[in-house]
Write a protein that binds this ligand. Sequence first.
Ligand SMILES: Nc1ncnc2c1ncn2[C@@H]1O[C@H](COP(=O)(O)OP(=O)(O)O)[C@@H](O)[C@H]1O
Ligand SMILES: [Mg+2]
Length: 289
Amino acid sequence: MRVVLFAEEPDWHCRRLIRACSRRGARVTVASLADCAFRIGAGAGAVGIDIPDFDGVLPELALVRTIPNGSFEQVTFRLALLHALQTLGVRVVNDARAIERCVDKSMTSFLLHHAGIPTPPTLVTEHPDAAASWQATQDADLVAKPLFGAQGRGLRRIAAGEAPPDPAELAGVLYLQRYVGRASEWRDYRVFVIGGMAIAAMMRRGAGWITNVARGGTCEAMRCDGRLGALAVAATRTVGADYSGVDLIENDSGELVVLEVNSMPAWKGLQGVADIDIAEAIAAHVVAA
Ligand SMILES: Nc1ncnc2c1ncn2[C@@H]1O[C@H](COP(=O)(O)OP(=O)(O)O)[C@@H](O)[C@H]1O
Ligand SMILES: [Mg+2]
């Protein structure tokens, strides 16, 4: 089985995925989506898509570890390549639609709510006036998040009464969410879901309210059964992801709510406390025996 692993550099995650897939007989080639092309017209091969080192042959599986950031045009093109691979019968994991739904935090929030999965009250708007009048109804701190944010970057906590940021500071879209965390001893949960099953979970404790491992959050293993696992599995199904890293937090009433679903999750922090090998579990799910 030929596999393309879309990534920018063969990092820790890639090395583990390559090892796990190779053990199952797959031949894995790492390539960047930025180096692929559509080739259409006379003289072009039947495939229509160039992937470095594939010489006009299609892989059976495309594993998407990362999509490089870029202009709106670049990202649209890179996603189009993934959609096109699917059209040609390549299994793409996670598929382009799931990635689009997860990268856009507004769509994730909408889908979670639509599926009846608890998630904090959220307003996404381009209009400061709408943001201000919604804020007046919340009686709580808010969190402003970049729509395409990751790893806790660019988050801002806004005290009740403090003005929300100017949309221009957030690429024109205000994603505002009710702050539902604690006043101290901050913690939330990360659950890894593969193939409809929660396979590992951890509690993240933060030195501040942003608990991402990339921001210094520390990891503690958790059981992934019960409501924690069930909500993570439901959230993953809702966005249509084959595997994901789901963030959950306890709200002011002590109920678990889903913050977001990551369709290209890192798992180094979780692997440090998990008793299952996560790359092996992904490979077992995607590589035919
Ligand atoms: N509404 C919220 N209430 C309390 N804490 C939050 C809220 N939203 C995010 N956080 C904290 O910030 C972290 C990052 O937020 P998240 O939505 O997961 O974005 P990112 O994509 O940057 O990880 C969460 O893991 C949590 O610790
Ligand atoms: Mg997160």
